[in-house]
Design a protein around this ligand. Structure first.
Ligand code: UDP
Length: 323
């Protein structure tokens, strides 16, 4: 298929583009490079630098690429930042997304795959979390993604765009070529690995008084190559709906630090800090629906496997895409 990928220069997008190309698809990446990196775009893909907050720019790019499907990764995705700057999240993740959808309608795109998040559920009533849980976000990031899920449902009804929305749990790991490099790193695993690499003195543990066995937050870490595979399956005709993507196993912040210590063989200094606003205590997926309806099966389900791929990439690219 001819696929148009927003955010294809970003962390998850770069690996999905690589996997799409390996699967024989043709890819155009559209990215404003505010978070992404030009060198994270697979050279086999076309590249357009642009911003979908500019309605004309995205309409022109979609009209020129004439894609059969659009995969929409581009977004702001930091829980903490969304608690201080909600405007940034609603403008980009909701209004910008509507510009993209309108461009799809104008160019007759029929298939749309959207990166949503487990943050749309808020503090879940049961664990593990399936797709039927009520969605009550506790931060503007999660709210912005939920709003766009609703926009998509209306566009499906009115404009007949078939969509798949994936609610990612915690994306982690790397492929051999592409990995995680944010200009300001807030994510847990890369921050721990920076300590192992000697680039940071310590990792902060945000909150040790959560109602979890060791008092730190629990998350379900999922390898980005496994996320990418789900997107490829979603392109098949007739696939539509909302799917959780996670491994179904939760790890606390302390357990993730231990895994990074095991894999890197280096000591990691961790310092206990206050809670970070907007963090739910525990998020673990029930992803059975993606298994049965899409035929999805993670290839890197173990935390140590995931951390190993991230460590290998960071060792090879100590300055990320800056080198
Ligand atoms: N976290 C932490 N120290 C860090 C970064 C994150 O303790 O330096 C915690 C964070 O509070 C959350 C978990 O690790 O409970 C995962 O955070 P991350 O930002 O990686 O992903 P999120 O769950 O926010 O999408």
């Amino acid at each position: 298929m001819n696929v148009f990928v927003t955010g294809g220069a970003g962390y998850i997008g770069s690996v999905c583009v690589e996997e799409l190309l390996e699967a024989g698809h043709t890819v155009t990446v559209f990215d404003n490079l505010c978070e992404g990196h030009r060198s994270a775009v697979d050279p086999r893909a076309g590249f357009v630098q642009g911003d979908f907050n500019d309605r004309q720019a995205i309409a022109d790019a979609i009209a020129a690429a004439r894609p059969e499907a659009v995969i929409h990764f581009a977004a702001h995705a930091l829980v903490g930042e969304s608690m201080t700057n909600p405007s940034k999240y609603f403008r980009n993740n909701v209004a910008g997304g509507v510009n993209l959808l309108d461009a799809c309608v104008a160019s007759g795109v029929r298939k749309f795959v959207f990166s949503s998040t487990c943050a749309t559920y808020g503090i879940p009533e049961k664990m593990p979390m399936d797709e039927s849980l009520p969605q009550k976000p506790v931060n503007p990031y999660g709210e912005s993604k939920l709003m766009f899920e609703k926009v998509l449902s209306w566009y499906r009804e009115i404009h007949r765009i078939e969509f798949v929305a994936f609610r990612y749990f915690n994306a982690a790991g790397a492929s051999a070529r592409f990995g995680e490099h944010h200009r300001i790193e807030t994510h847990l695993i890369p921050n721990i690995l920076k300590v192992a690499l000697g680039q940071k003195e310590q990792v902060d543990i945000f909150g040790t008084d959560y109602p979890t066995p060791d008092g730190t937050c629990i998350r379900d870490y999922i390898h980005i190559a496994d996320l990418a595979q789900a997107h490829i399956l979603a392109l098949e005709p007739g696939k539509t709906g909302f799917y959780n993507l996670g491994n179904g196993e939760g790890f606390s912040v302390r357990q993730v630090i231990e895994s990074c210590q095991r894999i890197s063989g280096r000591p990691i200094r961790a310092v206990e800090k206050d809670r970070r606003p907007g963090d739910p205590p525990r998020l673990v997926a029930a992803a059975q629906k993606a298994y049965t309806e899409l035929g999805w099966k993670p290839r890197f389900p173990k935390l140590d496997q995931i951390v190993q791929t991230a460590w290998d990439w960071h060792v090879k690219h100590p300055s990320g895409y800056a080198d």
